[in-house]
Design a protein around this ligand. Structure first.
Ligand code: SF4
Length: 102
């Protein structure tokens, strides 16, 4: 399989243990997509038995939250992020509202 090497923000932890990509509070998707019309939700979250995770560490592939202070042109510029459950679902917990976007 062809591959590419890129620098992306790592996912330090994720407590959505019901996600198929989660092993012991760590995300093992190759890369996740963050953001939908409702907020900084993890758009990669899935709970299906036939989705098996890879063995490597995961990162942020794309983020649609251009209202976040870490977001530049729909790419996350943070060194790393945390993902987890809150009252709104499974979200990027590193999201921080960009004061200039208000
Ligand atoms: S920190 Fe901000 S830019 Fe980075 S993934 Fe989370 S919401 Fe997106």
């Amino acid at each position: 399989m062809p591959y590419t090497t890129i620098e992306i923000p790592l996912i330090k932890s994720c407590n959505a243990t019901e996600c198929s990509y989660n092993i012991k509070n760590a995300c093992h998707a190759r890369a996740i997509t963050v953001g939908d019309s409702l907020g900084p939700n993890c758009d990669t979250f899935i709970n299906r038995p036939r989705c098996s995770p890879n063995s490597g560490q995961s990162g942020v592939g794309a983020c649609k939250m251009n209202t976040c202070a870490f977001n530049r042109q729909c790419e996350c510029q943070a060194d790393s992020i945390e993902v987890g459950k809150n009252d709104n679902g499974v979200q990027c917990l590193t999201f921080m509202t960009d004061q200039f976007s208000l």
